[in-house]
Every structure is written in C-alpha cells, then in structure tokens.
Design a protein around this ligand. Structure first.
Ligand SMILES: N[C@@H](Cc1ccccc1)C(=O)O
Length: 495
C-alpha cells in the first residue's frame, strides 16, 4: 500500500504527536502542525481512515457566531449600557426621553435589562442607581461577544451568560461534526517503516528534463480504490435496440435492404395493389410532396403492368375494376411503410430464395399519443422461397421476438390490400392490447406482374412500440424525449 503526499504528511505528523503523548486530535487542529489546507487534510483523513491506518471518531460540536444585532452591539455598546451611562450623567430621565434617545426598540430592551438589576421606572421616570453587579455583568457580556467574534473558546463560567445572550438573539449556535483522529498500531508501523523520502506521484516534463526522478521511488497505483462513477457516452436506447435487431436478422442469414424516404406512389402503393381510391392514400394518412417529378422514376416499365393488374387482374384474379391513372401513381410522398423496400427488392431480385429485412423510418399523418407517432421505424422483412408458408411466417415472427425476450404474442386476422391471408401481431402492454405490426403472404396481384412464382411471406413491425416493451415505457413519446436520467441509466433486457 502506498500513500499520497498529503496522506504521508498527515500520518507522519500524527505519529510525531503520538510520540509526544498526544493521541487524539481534531481535524482542524492538524492544520497547526502541517502545511496543508483543510480540504487536503480532510481528504487525507478520509483516505487514511479507509486504509485503516487511523481511527476516526465523529463528535457533535457547537459552533457560536454573532448575529447582525450582536455585531452592532459589540461595536456601539449594549442598550442597557447606554441607558446606565445616560442615567449616570443625568441622574434621572423621563421614559419618553429614554425612548427618544435610544429609539423605541432599544429603549425597551434597556429598561427590561436594568429592571433585572432593580433599576426600575416609577411615575413615568427612571433614576440612576449604582449597581456593581450590573457593571460587572455588562463587562462580562461584552467579553463574551468579542471572544465569539474571534472564535475564541469560552470559559466554563461564561456559559450561563452565553445562554442569556443566545436568548436575546445576539448569538446563534450551529452544530458541526468534528472528526477526532488518532493513529493506530498499523499507522504507527507504516509511519516508522516508510522512510523519509517522499515518493513521486507524478512524472512532469520538468522532472524528466531535470532528471530529478533518478533514485526516487514512485508511488504505485492502487487498483482497489473505490472511485466515483464516470458516465461516458453511450448508445441511444433506440440505436441500441436497432443494432440488436439487425444482429438477429443477420445471424439468421437475412440481407439488409435500404430505401429512400421519398417515394413515388407507384412503388409505395400501386405496386402493392393498393387501389388508387384507398383511404390510406388520403391526405389524412399520407404526406404528399408538392414538388412533382423531381426524382427519377425507377423502372417506368412497371406502369403498364400496374394499370393492367389494377384494372383487370391477373391469372384468374379479377383486379379492382376501375380506371387506373398514371398521374396518381406519379405522386411523390414520404413513404408510409417500408414494404416499399421489400417490393422494390423483389422486383430487382426476382430469383428465389431471398430473405431480406430493413429497419428504417416511415411517416404517417397521425395524431401523436401514448402509442402513436407520426415518424416511426418499421422492422420490415420478407422471405421469398418455395417453402414460405403461413406457419413459417408465424415461426419467424415468434423466433424474432423470443430472441429479444418476448414470449407472449398473439396473432389476429387482419386485412392489407397486398397480403392474403393477413395477420396482426398483438401483445399486451400494461393491461392494454397493443398491435406491434402486420404480416401476411403477398397476393398474386402483387407478385405475378413481377414474375414471382413462389410464396413470399412478409411483415412490417413497429420499432418504437417494441422499444416501449423492451425498456418498460408507459408512453411511446418517452423514447424521443431524451430524459438524461433515462439515457444514463437505461437497462437492456437480458434474455
Ligand atoms: N405495411 C404494413 C405491415 C405489413 C407488412 C408486410 C405485410 C403485411 C403487413 C404496415 O405498415 O402496417
């Protein structure tokens, strides 16, 4: 065990004092023996105590101070003193005059104090009367006030008067804990054997340049010392969760896909067989962009295919049977779901098998509440394979949530224009059923125009709702509120 410079100085001094027979000393008294300030001594005492080289007793100590009133009286004299002097000079005074000369407040105090020594008014007047007892009491009072001003110790005989002055509000008392320190056997041994040479604690450029480190011993590091917790930077809880989810899908052999926020309705809606008069395309649900045609339309060859399938269907399916408009398909919008990533990917990679996912942001014209956001992330995915089936879809979704620690899910029938059958994933949060997202098998009207013949299972799950469960939040908005305590202390689920 090595000691710091301050600890060494304090311990050596305690040892020297102990040799002289002084075995107990208060922390403040240590200051008189060494060249350290109170903070340095206090820190050294705490560490020496922790290292068990000294013992420390705490005692309650009363500390006295003058109040503002006490300070003024010490400077200008006590009211009783003023009145006594005045009477000595004038012989007698009318009460009215006393009040006028001393002021009503001090006049009253002076009269009360004098009456305690039997100098009492009668018939509206007060006369001088010599009192040796009053004179000595006043000298005593002033002595106490001035001792307290310079924090000098009072004699035991002065304690009674101190209490009087406290009652009069001239002195106030404060309780202080004082640490009484005594070196113990371990400390004495350490001090005896540690030698006189101070150990080096820091290697400064000067020490290196002067070479004064030569022949000196270095203080070693104590790796067992308890230290303050330092809170460094960390991942935002949502970023952490996104990385976990990405890891899960990558481990299962999925490929990550990426897409843009701004999309043509053709890809976000029409390619997914969402009819052009579908309520989801309403201004209420979708953010449309005013600037049209600013972005290159990828794969324009799909437009006639979409027209055909919407109007007349495909492979025995009837289609929606309405007049499909190319202008509506060419409206720009903020993507409302990441299923647009999936359908584009499938169009560009029509050969099975493929297993794909994305964790990206979508936008909805939604009023925000405890479970709704207008900007949210979706955990999107699909598997295109001859073996894709409803049961493999359920298995995949359950497996995904189980890997994050959630077992209790239920599937309920749902409707999406692009899947058949469709299922929603539901979970209970704080006694309320919350929908985590949708899933299903893509319809032939979605797949056939793009020459995809095998089954495709697909899902789109809400990330923030999952985060609510994962971090035990009552309100979805908390995720974006960035409460610093939460960001510092959030806990991940151990599965
Ligand atoms: N796109 C749907 C979810 C979904 C994805 C894939 C298949 C079925 C449903 C949504 O945004 O809620």
């Amino acid at each position: 065990m090595d000691l710091s410079r301050w600890e060494n100085i304090v311990l050596k001094n305690l040892w020297i004092l102990a040799k002289k027979g002084i075995t107990k000393i208060s922390e403040t008294e240590i200051k008189e023996f060494c060249d350290l300030n109170s903070t340095e001594i206090s820190s050294a005492v705490s560490w020496l105590d922790f290292k068990k080289l000294i013992s420390v007793d705490k005692i309650e100590h009363k500390d006295y101070n003058l109040t503002e009133e006490g300070k003024t009286y010490l400077e200008t004299g006590l009211p009783e003193e003023k009145l006594y002097e005045l009477l000595k000079e004038k012989g007698k005074l009318k009460i009215r005059d006393v009040m006028e000369v001393l002021g009503p407040e001090k006049g009253k105090i002076a009269l009360i104090q004098l009456s305690k020594f039997n100098i009492k008014p009668s018939g509206g007047e007060i006369s001088f009367q010599i009192s040796g007892e009053l004179e000595s009491t006043m000298i005593n009072r002033k002595k106490i006030l001035s001792k307290i001003q310079v924090s000098k110790k009072l004699d035991p005989g002065e304690m009674k008067e101190l209490i009087e002055l406290q009652k009069r509000g001239l002195i106030e008392e404060r309780k202080k804990t004082v640490r009484i320190v005594s070196i113990n056997e371990l400390g004495i041994n350490y001090a005896m054997n540690s030698g006189n040479a101070e150990k080096l604690e820091q290697l400064t450029p000067e020490i290196i340049a002067e070479g004064s480190w030569r022949g000196r011993e270095f203080r070693s590091y104590d790796l067992n010392v308890p230290v303050e917790r330092i809170i460094g930077g960390s991942l935002h809880p949502l970023t952490y969760l996104i990385r976990e989810i990405r890891e899960i899908f990558l481990e299962m052999g999925f490929t990550e896909m990426h897409g843009d926020y701004v999309q043509y309705a053709a890809w976000n809606m029409d390619a997914l067989f969402i009819p052009q008069d579908h309520p989801a395309r309403d201004l209420q649900d979708t953010f449309f962009l005013q600037s049209q045609n600013r972005i290159n339309f990828q794969h324009p060859e799909i437009l006639p295919k979409l027209k055909k399938v919407h109007e007349n269907g495909i492979s025995g399916y009837s289609g929606w049977r309405y007049s499909w408009k190319e202008e509506k398909a060419k409206e720009l919008l903020l993507r409302t779901h990441t299923t647009v990533n999936t359908i584009k990917y499938l169009y560009e990679h029509p050969e099975p098998p493929s297993a794909i996912f994305s964790i990206e942001k979508v936008f909805r014209h939604e009023s925000v509440d405890w479970k709704h956001l207008a900007e949210l992330h979706q955990i999107e995915g699909a598997v295109h394979s001859k073996d894709s089936s409803l049961s493999s879809l359920k298995w995949l979704i359950r497996t995904f949530y189980r890997k994050l620690g959630f077992e209790k899910l239920s599937f309920i029938p749902a409707y999406y224009p692009y899947t058949e059958p469709s299922m929603d994933v539901v979970v209970e949060i704080n006694g309320k059923e919350v929908e985590l997202g949708g899933s299903g098998l893509f319809r032939p009207e979605v797949l056939r125009p793009f020459r995809i013949r095998n089954n495709v299972i697909a899902w789109g799950l809400g990330l923030e709702r999952l985060a609510m469960l994962y971090y035990d939040l009552k309100d979805i908005r908390e995720i974006y509120e960035s409460d610093i305590e939460w960001l510092k202390n959030y806990r991940i689920r151990i599965t």
